[in-house]
Design a binder for this molecule. Structure first.
Ligand SMILES: Cc1cc2nc3c(=O)[nH]c(=O)nc-3n(C[C@H](O)[C@H](O)[C@H](O)COP(=O)(O)OP(=O)(O)OC[C@H]3O[C@@H](n4cnc5c(N)ncnc54)[C@H](O)[C@@H]3O)c2cc1C
Length: 452
């Protein structure tokens, strides 16, 4: 039996992925009349609907939702959209500028064409298809394979295990206590969600830093934006390209936004632990890192507040005084073990990040850890670009705030249209001191990205 020959197409640019990064690129190409197609494995921007929990809210203020031609213009610019509001906000974007979007079309291979350009193999609703293109923009996001430890199957079969990408709400888990592993933005917010639902929560902390929600009368992320932190190229950032390895600060936008203070949760009964070291059956072991993890997270929290204070002083801004953070709970000792059965824990939520998967990109642009090598998304292979990766160019790159500038840059490389630059290093140095904006390295394996 012979399978059907792939339908053959030719275009100038293939954009792979129809999330906010792919659609932003398409907006520029449509504006400049460039023939292109956006191939999307699911539906446009579906990740927001499919991989976020029910009580999810943005951690970034709404005013930072600025895609090309599509900025948040609702009534609450300093608030935080819920999952469903984000989905609704994005729903009309592709249609708003007539993006040439082919949904339910998964790219299975990208190869270089002899003589220049690329061949893109895909499987769409009507079967296999092949695209020839001069340029390819890979905009498939930074979160491909959810990470669970290789020893997770050795846990007792009675324990329900889910990754944060599949967590929806407390009632979807069996009754009983829950261990959340990972204290990045997802882990901390899911632990809070379960805690507020009255579950007995145990949380294994990694080395994520934390940040205040508000300071001196404004949202901290609004201050940081004004200080230029989100516009600064990674190489000029305090600490340099090592920032790419670091876990984002935990904080929440829930109920109008607030700090996540794990010490307060502990005082209210949440069990806190250090880095999870291993486990089998119903017994888990932890490294003695809890005290340091709490202290380090608080140190970053305080240092960011202090840097905002210095900025306010330098710029002569009239702002109300801040309230210094006072730690209300400290561990008596770092716990080293947890017996899930004895503690009544029936589920584990893995919130330890994702591993990238570019096996379908059969072009030599990857480093030894499987990450694409590029400068602001432009690879060493002419015509091949990456977009939407966390810290691709700036802190804003993997978020709503920075994708417009990156998409403009990549589209400009294709069309020749000049683009704007990011904040010069000297201007950043004038605005901020080299504070530890993203304290410790990520706990996830080196080839992994952690959640935003
Ligand atoms: C839990 C969480 C919370 C976040 N919170 C915030 C926040 O508060 N504020 C903020 O600004 N950002 C936040 N982000 C970060 C960021 O905005 C999102 O990750 C965003 O979805 C990235 O957009 P993207 O287009 O780069 O990737 P995605 O939205 O992941 O889109 C990639 C698309 O590519 C498609 N695709 C993948 N492989 C293929 C293939 N082989 N062929 C065809 N299509 C393919 C996928 O189906 C997907 O639709 C958060 C991220 C997470 C995970």
């Amino acid at each position: 039996m012979t399978s059907a020959a792939p339908a053959r197409h030719r275009t100038s640019v293939v954009v792979v992925g129809g999330g906010q990064a792919g659609l932003s690129t398409s907006w520029h190409l449509v504006r400049d009349g460039v023939d292109h197609v956006v191939l999307e494995a699911g539906t446009a921007a579906h990740e927001w609907a499919d991989t976020r929990w029910d009580s999810f809210t943005l951690v970034t203020p709404n005013w930072q939702c600025r895609l090309p031609g599509w900025a948040y213009d609702g009534p609450d610019p300093d608030g935080f959209m819920t999952r469903d509001e984000v989905v609704a906000w994005l729903a009309g974007y592709a249609g708003s500028f007539g993006a040439p979007l082919r949904e339910r079309t998964t790219v299975t291979a990208l190869t270089e064409r002899e003589g220049g350009g690329f061949v893109v193999d895909a499987v769409g609703p009507e079967g296999p298809e092949t695209w020839e293109a001069d340029h390819v923009v890979v905009a498939t996001g930074g979160y491909h394979h959810p990470i669970v430890p290789p020893w997770a199957p050795a846990l007792d079969a009675s324990i329900t295990q889910v990754h944060s990408a599949d967590y929806r709400n407390a009632t979807a888990l069996p009754e009983g206590g829950v261990l959340v592993v990972g204290s990045g933005q997802s882990g901390a917010q899911i632990a809070e969600d379960l805690h507020l639902e009255g579950r007995q929560v145990h949380l294994a902390l990694g080395d994520a830093p934390r940040v205040a929600r508000f300071h001196r009368g404004r949202d901290v992320m609004t201050w940081l934006a004004e200080m230029g932190l989100y516009d600064t190229a990674v190489a000029q950032y305090p600490g340099g390209v090592a920032a790419r390895e670091k876990t984002n600060h935990y904080v929440t936008g829930r109920d109008g936004g607030r700090d996540i203070d794990l010490r307060r949760f502990a005082a209210e009964g949440m069990g806190l632990y250090g880095m999870l070291a291993g486990g089998s059956g119903t017994t888990l072991t932890f490294l003695p890192t809890l005290t340091a993890a709490l202290d380090d997270a608080d140190a970053v929290y305080t240092s960011i507040c202090r840097d905002i204070d210095r900025f306010i002083e330098r710029e002569g801004i009239d702002a109300p005084p801040g309230t210094p953070y006072e730690p209300g709970w400290t561990p008596e000792a770092d716990p080293l073990e947890l017996d899930l059965a004895a503690a009544g824990v029936t589920s584990v939520v893995w919130a330890i990040g994702y591993r990238p998967d570019y096996r379908w990109v059969r072009v030599g642009v990857f480093d030894g850890t499987g990450r694409p090598t590029h400068t602001r998304g432009v690879t060493g292979v002419p015509g091949l670009y990456f977009l939407g990766l966390p810290w691709l160019h700036t802190w804003g790159s993997g978020r709503f705030l920075g994708i417009a500038a990156d998409a403009e840059h990549v589209a400009g490389c294709i069309t020749g249209r000049p683009t704007h630059d990011t904040l010069p290093a000297a201007e950043l140095a004038r605005r901020v001191s080299p504070g530890p904006y993203a304290a410790a390295p990520s706990t996830a394996p080196s080839a992994a990205t952690t959640r935003a």
